[in-house]
Design a protein around this ligand. Structure first.
Ligand code: GTP
Ligand code: MG
Length: 202
């Protein structure tokens, strides 16, 4: 299991060109507003208030780089799909996220978070399929699993897989987390560690 020895906030950037110089492999967390991205970052590094979280959607508005163990970046992204931010802000966020995900050459994996309680939502599927088409390395994270019973989670997952199978030959890697129950982080950290190893051997 990966030991978290240090975490340093590096920078908040409004767009790709303002991001810190590319170098270490990066792992970015995307998804609808309020899905639990910032909470998951905090869970991964076992810190309560590293990334700002909020019950009100639209909290994270910039691309936030954190350097972990002086060797990889953990990146908190703004959420998409929050109606109340207004179309202009929504478009700005999406452009920044899209540009970052497509053109950040050191991106090791884009984790796309999905609230496990919801049936597949159009903008989630669109985003996942867009990332897939763009050949962005991605993984899915079903969040807030504490809010569902095991059978409830199973049945939602079955529905999700079915709708993904319409456009995916092979389904992406999937993780299940609860920041509330503090579960699921080991698997993600293991995945990141492995990916870091292959990155070093490249
Ligand atoms: P934006 O920055 O607005 O895009 O949101 P975000 O995706 O970063 O979500 P954030 O981590 O701020 O969490 C949103 C809300 O969901 C907060 O009230 C969190 O406490 C809650 N939340 C996050 N993860 C979980 C979880 O695993 N279980 C439960 N029950 N609540 C969660
Ligand atoms: Mg956030």
């Amino acid at each position: 299991m990966m030991d978290i020895q240090s975490v340093r906030f590096i920078k908040s950037s409004p767009d790709l060109k303002s991001c810190p110089p590319a170098g270490p492999p990066e792992y970015a967390f995307a998804g609808r507003s309020n899905v639990g991205k910032s909470s998951l970052l905090n869970l991964l590094v076992n810190m309560k208030n590293l990334a700002k979280t909020s019950a009100t959607p639209g909290k994270t508005r910039l691309i936030n780089h954190y350097l972990v163990n002086e060797s990889w970046y953990m990146v908190d992204l703004p959420g998409y799909g929050y109606a109340r931010t207004g179309k202009k802000t929504r478009d700005t966020f999406l452009t920044a996220i899209g540009d970052y995900a497509l053109h950040r050459e050191t991106l090791g994996c884009l984790f796309i978070l999905i609230d496990c309680r919801h049936k597949p939502l159009a903008n989630d599927l669109e985003f996942i399929n867009w990332a897939g088409t763009g050949q962005i390395p991605l993984a899915l994270v079903f969040t807030k699993t504490d809010k569902l019973s095991a059978p409830g989670l199973d049945s939602n997952l079955t529905i999700y897989k079915k709708s993904l199978a319409q456009s995916w030959e092979e389904l992406p890697v999937m993780f299940f987390t609860s920041s509330f129950n503090r579960t699921g982080s080991e698997e993600i950290l293991k995945f990141i560690e492995k990916s870091n190893e292959s990155y070093r051997n490249k």
